[in-house]
Write a protein that binds this ligand. Structure first.
Ligand code: ADP
Ligand code: MG
Length: 655
């Protein structure tokens, strides 16, 4: 039986209750469990001297047990405390609900204690530390503890235990790769790869495990892509669009001239949608290259021919923004569209009215969120589907839409910065248009890196930009105050601004935990210039377009991935004015921060992504990249580029 058909419930130790918890993590089969890759790995620390401890540190301390063991009993609760010392000081240990400890922590005995340093009555202690014989800790030091993304009712240790049970009960699993190929590429067997992904004994084996599984994942992906390529090239379509008068007029009346890249791309689209075959096209263009414009032109052509078009965005904020723009252009340029917005916050009678209007053709230009399109939306004659900032149009979504009637044309907009050879592999089932040109008037964004001690200077500059009639973003990593007080949060941030501007700055706060309708209201108000400064978490990362914004200040920039920072910076520099990006490095390293320096010196997204990986180095397992882009669980298209190419070669020879 294939692993995907073996339910987790068949594994020892997993009952209905645990199975239900696992299901929340989308783990239903043994295969799902084995592919549930740790988010990162924890290494045990070297031994620390007691007099160098700091609150909050995760430490290992080697000490001798003092003869002061104390047990307090209250009901069933037992609290045991004692102290240990090394040659620099003493440290208290606290254990709960364990009554056999006195015989373990015998005075004079040596242990290594591992835990988080807490303060209690002004003194440091470790609560419920892990403890080891000193001679055993050496082996621990070499090992890696997987850290999984979790949900309530499960721990990383438990997941590891279930994997161990699978290994004991089911392994070895059959390996379908050519044995010669495995040998010549020094690959692990599939069984070993699973084992060392979840129970790594050292970094080297872990890397090998990831490499093997990335290979299998890429191979599977390539197989699927090939199927969908064969399907795509043979799809005929009776949505044939030949009349472009209206959209040519639209393009000519715009306040700017289309870039050559935009013009060429639109020509390619015209060719596709007039051909009698269904369009399957990807537009790949870095942030700010003007993909939306091309999408709108296509919608106008399709709607003008009497059909419907739909555009999906990943967030409500983005969908709303597109909708507002389309409405405006529709009025300004007489485009004869009947636009409608469909997002998760539209409910009840309003939603029924919209759905009915989509079904009977009252609306022809539908803009909404991806999620909405996964539900049953019935179109009268949907001829064009556009997905914005969706890195890969899911096969499932595509099928769902095709079921809705005649086969529509599909256009995918992506800002993932990858070179052409790579996109031809990953998007082999689509035709690719590259928009490698920014609108002419763009002036390159000026970036700088400062420490928090220079914040006042940044505020002064902020004031100057606002005085010029421009707007600004301030980005913080956190929503509200949290354990790590060194991180800025959007809830308390206004206090900082108030202390400097004393009411002289109009601002609003935006974050992901707000209600969709509130987010929408704030974004719309910002676009309409009702206030000057938007204080936000990274919810604004994707696609937001307010060309009047010329400054973005990013707090705790050291906490973000470079790709995220690149996207964030792309929120400015969208109009004709000089724009600025200020990275505030919370560690105070400022210009010495190697990672941030990459951003300061480059605006090439792919280069930035590669540098990010290079600077982290292959040994860094604490921040394993999860490529959300492609929904790969383990493989990373940049990090594992060579593996992807190997898989491609294998696929061509064996597939
Ligand atoms: P992205 O490719 O990142 O999605 P957008 O479509 O949001 O970029 O476009 C960025 C900004 O550039 C928008 O404000 C848009 O109106 C403007 N824009 C688009 N095309 C041009 C052009 N040819 N000349 C000048 N500005 C343009
Ligand atoms: Mg966009």
């Amino acid at each position: 039986m294939h692993l995907s058909e073996v339910s987790t419930k068949q594994i020892k130790g997993i009952g209905d209750k645990t199975a239900a918890v696992l299901k929340k993590l989308s783990i239903e089969s043994v295969e799902d469990l084995l592919w549930y890759a740790p988010r990162s790995y924890l290494k045990y620390p070297e031994i620390t001297k007691i007099n160098t401890l700091k609150e909050g540190d995760i430490v290992a301390v080697k000490g001798v047990v003092d003869p002061n063991f104390y047990e307090k009993k209250g009901g069933k609760m037992v609290v045991s405390t004692f102290s240990v010392h090394d040659d620099t000081g003493t440290l208290r240990m606290v254990f709960f609900r364990q009554s056999y400890l006195r015989s373990i922590f015998y005075p004079g005995k040596n242990f290594v204690f591992y835990g988080t340093v807490r303060t209690n009555n002004g003194k440091f202690e470790l609560q419920m530390p892990e403890y080891y014989k000193p001679e055993d800790y050496g082996a621990k030091l070499k090992s890696l503890q997987p850290v999984y993304a979790l949900t309530k009712g499960i721990t990383s240790k438990a997941i590891q235990k279930y994997v161990q049970a699978v290994i004991d009960e089911i392994f070895p699993v059959s390996d379908t790769l050519d044995p010669d190929f495995i040998r010549s590429n020094d690959f692990l067997s599939l069984s070993d790869a699973y084992r060392y992904l979840h129970l790594p004994v050292d970094t080297d084996l872990l890397q090998k495990a990831r490499r093997r599984l990335a290979f299998d994942e890429f191979l599977r992906f390539l197989t699927k892509i090939e199927e969908s390529r064969e399907e795509n090239t043979s799809l005929s379509s009776d949505f044939i669009i030949r009349d472009y008068e209206l959209c040519d007029r639209y393009a000519k009346s715009l306040p700017f001239e289309l870039t050559n890249a935009q013009k060429n791309t639109f020509e390619e689209i015209k060719e596709d949608i007039s051909s009698g075959f269904a369009m399957r096209r990807l537009i790949q263009g870095d942030v700010g290259s003007g993909k939306t414009m091309v999408a709108f032109l296509s919608m106008v052509a399709v709607c003008n021919a009497g059909y419907q078009s739909a555009m999906m965005a990943p967030t409500e904020v983005l969908a709303t923004q597109h909708y507002e723009k389309l409405i405006k252009d529709n009025e300004t340029y007489h485009l004869n569209l009947k636009p409608v917005l469909l997002t998760g916050s539209v409910t009840g009678a309003k939603k029924r009215e919209i759905l009915k209007g989509i079904e009977d053709g009252t609306y022809n230009a539908v803009i909404g969120t991806h999620a909405i399109f996964q539900e049953k939306v019935v179109f009268q004659n949907l001829a064009l589907v556009i997905t914005d900032e969706q890195h890969r149009f899911g096969v499932k979504q595509r099928d769902a839409l095709s079921e809705k009637g005649r086969i529509p044309h599909v256009l995918v907009l992506s800002a993932t910065p990858i070179p052409r050879t790579l996109s031809l592999t990953l998007y082999a089932d689509l035709k690719v248009s590259v928009m490698d040109e920014l609108p002419e008037k763009r002036i390159p964004i000026k970036s700088c890196i400062i420490g928090p001690n220079m914040r006042a200077t940044a505020y002064k500059f902020l004031g100057e930009e606002i005085a010029k009639g421009h707007q600004a973003y301030i980005i913080c990593p956190m929503v509200e105050e949290n354990e790590d007080v060194s991180l800025e949060n959007v809830t308390d941030y206004p206090k900082k601004l108030e202390a400097y501007f004393h009411g002289g700055l109009k601002y609003a706060v935006l974050h992901g935990r707000m209600k969709a309708a509130d987010k929408e209201r704030i974004m719309t108000a910002f676009a309409r210039k009702e206030f000057d400064c938007l204080i936000s978490t990274t919810v604004i990362e994707v696609g937001i377009d307010v060309p009047n914004s010329t400054l973005i200040i990013i707090e705790n920039a050291e906490r973000f991935g470079l790709a995220t920072l690149h996207q964030l910076r792309g929120r400015v520099g969208r109009g004709d004015a000089q724009s600025f990006c200020v990275f505030i490095d919370g560690t105070g390293k400022g210009e010495q921060n190697e990672r941030l320096k990459v951003l300061k010196n480059s605006t090439d997204g792919f280069f930035i992504a590669k540098e990010d990986l290079r600077l982290r180095g292959p040994g860094d397992l604490t921040g394993i990249r999860q490529s959300g882009d492609m929904n790969f669980k383990i493989g990373d298209i940049i990090n594992d580029y060579d593996v992807l190419m190997l898989a491609k070669e294998y696929f061509e020879n064996h597939g």
